[in-house]
Structures are given as structure tokens and as C-alpha cells.
Design a protein around this ligand. Structure first.
Ligand code: FES
Length: 349
């Protein structure tokens, strides 16, 4: 699942972020083909701990495979990544993710902080195929703008189709509208000023911290923007995701013990889930069974599987769509059984 890739380049984007590019050998080209908006999961042993983190791909297909990593407070991997060097190696999982721009011809991208990473790839790709792109990008100050050179060069190249709006919260700009944070209210003001075409856009993409996404998404909903035109990818800065408490049924199942069966790559394994295990992923880990995962926060979908027998609930879900829930898909990293037996099928499409 993980492949060892060589770091072909590493560039400092801002004082606390780097762009890491990888060499993809010929034999892995197909496995590492991706769509703009997808992410890579990187894996490393940091201070004796096996850590995985997902980072969005910032390069358009055809360019060197690149991710942006911003250091977050107490972020073990993001701190470790700042010291990586060209020529070094990292374990990397092939691209995944469904935050993808398809054939939209007029897109609005709204990002804050390191949420810019997938937007660079989406913008570059959409502009190259003739789409109109508006990017609203929030930062504290000019010095914290990631991929500034890449954005400027897109602006130079596609002057007539690319609108770039920088919003800064800790540095005053001449136009008052451009000061502050990216919020639903700010987006409404930009739309009223004619800087953002929310009604004409056939795709609106949001990426950044959860509270920014929730606020802007609520505003879009109030304005009557169709839900299927809005796509989001959330980042939790502190790695902590608010989790729902267990239901009475999950508590009861945890107390009586649950026989969990997992089907992965055609192999079936059964183990007991114990009261100390919060999720199926935790229980599998305790059993020494390697299930696919990355964020462990319900955001990336790497642990997606299907309930083939029994029932379960999730602590949080930020990535499965309503149709997937309806079809019985679940996130193993959030799965708490509510029945005495539970079978999860990781091979289900
Ligand atoms: S590991 Fe990311 S959603 Fe479960």
C-alpha cells in the first residue's frame, strides 16, 4: 500500500511551511496518477511512533508530484517534515480523495491557510482546460501566503480568466473589503461587490479549517446555492476532532463484547472488540491487524468499508456522502458497533 519515494525537491514556502516534491519511478506512474484535489498519505516513524498524515497534492498532473506541509502546533509529522531534505525518502500511499474538480467551466475556490494546497492544483488544471477560476484566499499576512509564486504565475498566464482575491487578517490592505477573515459574511460582501460570482459558478470548492467551511457553507445554503455545486475538504489545525458520545446501543455492545470480522484484500480475519477499544480501527490495531487509515478523524475516507453484517454507528463523519451511508458504507476509524457481531468489508467498491 505504501511505496518508498525519493524527495526530488523541497522548497520553503513560508517560515512554517514547505513544498515537498517526489520522484515517481516509471513503474509507479500509473499507481500515482491523480486528479487535482486529491491527497497523498505520508508515513514516517517520528519519536518511535508510526505516524501517517494526509496532505493535498499542489501540483497539476504532469508536473512534479508535490504536497504542501504547514507546521501546526504540536504536529509531530508537520514538524518532522520541515527538516526533510532533497534526496531523502518517505513512505507514500498512492493518491486518494474525492475533493475533485471535474468538467466545471466556472469555478469559485475559497481557501484559508494551508487549505490552498489542493486549490493550486485545481486552479492550474481548470485554467489549462479553459475554465474561469476565482480564488478567494485568506491568510494572516503576506508572509504566510503559501504557493504565492505559483499563484502569481497563474495570474500572469491567465489574466483574463483567473481572479485572485487575497484576504488578510493581520495586515491592512488598501481596500477594506479585503481585510479580515474568510467567513460567510465576507463571501457575501465579495459577491455583492461583484468580485465573486456565486450564482454563475458551476462548482464552489472550500478548503481550510472546519469553522471556516461550516460558516461559508451555511451562507451558501442560505443563498440557495445547490448543495451538489458545493464541495469541501476540511482541515483540523490541532488534529482534535469533536466526537459524538456513544449511543446506549454502542455502550451495551461494548460492554458485552463484539466479534468483529474484516474482509480485506480477499482475506477474512475475526477478532474480539473489547470495552477499551473506542473504534474498530483501535481494536484491529491492538490485534496487530493492519487496516487502511490516515487521518483517523473521519475526514479522508482512507478507512472506508461496508457493513456486511450487523450494525454500527460513527463518532464523526466528514467525508461519506449521503448515498454512501444509505448503501451501508462506514469509516472504520469512527466505527462503534451497535450489535454483537459486525462484519466490515474493505473490498466492497
Ligand atoms: S482514517 Fe481518515 S476517515 Fe478514517
Amino acid at each position: 500500500m505504501f511505496h518508498t519515494l525519493t524527495i526530488s525537491d523541497i522548497r520553503r514556502e513560508t517560515p512554517d511551511s514547505v513544498a515537498i516534491s517526489f520522484d515517481v519511478p516509471e513503474e509507479l506512474r500509473e499507481a500515482f496518477a491523480y486528479k487535482p484535489g486529491q491527497y497523498l498519505t505520508l508515513r514516517a516513524e517520528v519519536n518511535g511512533e508510526d505516524i501517517r498524515r494526509s496532505y493535498s497534492i499542489a501540483s497539476a498532473p504532469g508536473a512534479a508530484l508535490t504536497v504542501g506541509v504547514k507546521r501546526v502546533a504540536d504536529g509531530a509529522f508537520s514538524t518532522f517534515a520541515q527538516a526533510l531534505e532533497k534526496g531523502g525518502e518517505l513512505a507514500v500511499m498512492p493518491p486518494e480523495g474525492r475533493f475533485i474538480c471535474h468538467e466545471e467551466s466556472n469555478i469559485v475556490l475559497i481557501a484559508a491557510g494551508s487549505g490552498i494546497t489542493p486549490m493550486v492544483a485545481i486552479a492550474a488544471d481548470a485554467l489549462a482546460r479553459g475554465a474561469k477560476v476565482t480564488l478567494v484566499y485568506g491568510n494572516r499576512q503576506t508572509g504566510s501566503i503559501m504557493f504565492r509564486d505559483a499563484l502569481d504565475s497563474l495570474k500572469d498566464r491567465y489574466l483574463d480568466r483567473f481572479t485572485l482575491v487575497h484576504i488578510l487578517s493581520r495586515e491592512a490592505q488598501d481596500v477594506p473589503l479585503l481585510n479580515g477573515r474568510v467567513t460567510g459574511e465576507k463571501i457575501t460582501q465579495l459577491a455583492q461587490a461583484g468580485a465573486v460570482d456565486l450564482d454563475g459558478a458551476d462548482g464552489i470548492f472550500l478548503c481550510g479549517p472546519g469553522e471556516m467551511i461550516d460558516d461559508v457553507a451555511a451562507t451558501l445554503e442560505t443563498r440557495g446555492v445547490a448543495r451538489n455545486r458545493v464541495h469541501f475538504e476540511r482541515f483540523y489545525q490541532n488534529g482534535e476532532v469533536p466526537r459524538a458520545p456513544k449511543s446506549a446501543a454502542a455502550e451495551a455492545a461494548a460492554k458485552s463484547g463484539v466479534a468483529v470480522t474484516v474482509v480485506l484484500d480477499g482475506t477474512t480475519r475475526t477478532f474480539d472488540m473489547e470495552a477499551e477499544d473506542d473504534t474498530v480501527l483501535d481494536a484491529a490495531h491492538r490485534e496487530g491487524l493492519e487496516l487502511p487509515f490516515s487521518c483517523k478523524g473521519g475526514m479522508c475516507c482512507t478507512c472506508r468499508c461496508k457493513v456486511a453484517e450487523g450494525s454500527a454507528e460513527m463518532a464523526v463523519n466528514y467525508s461519506l456522502e449521503p448515498w454512501e451511508l444509505e448503501a451501508g458504507f462506514i469509516l472504520a476509524c469512527q466505527t462503534r458497533p451497535t450489535s454483537e457481531k459486525l462484519t466490515l468489508d474493505f473490498d466492497a467498491a
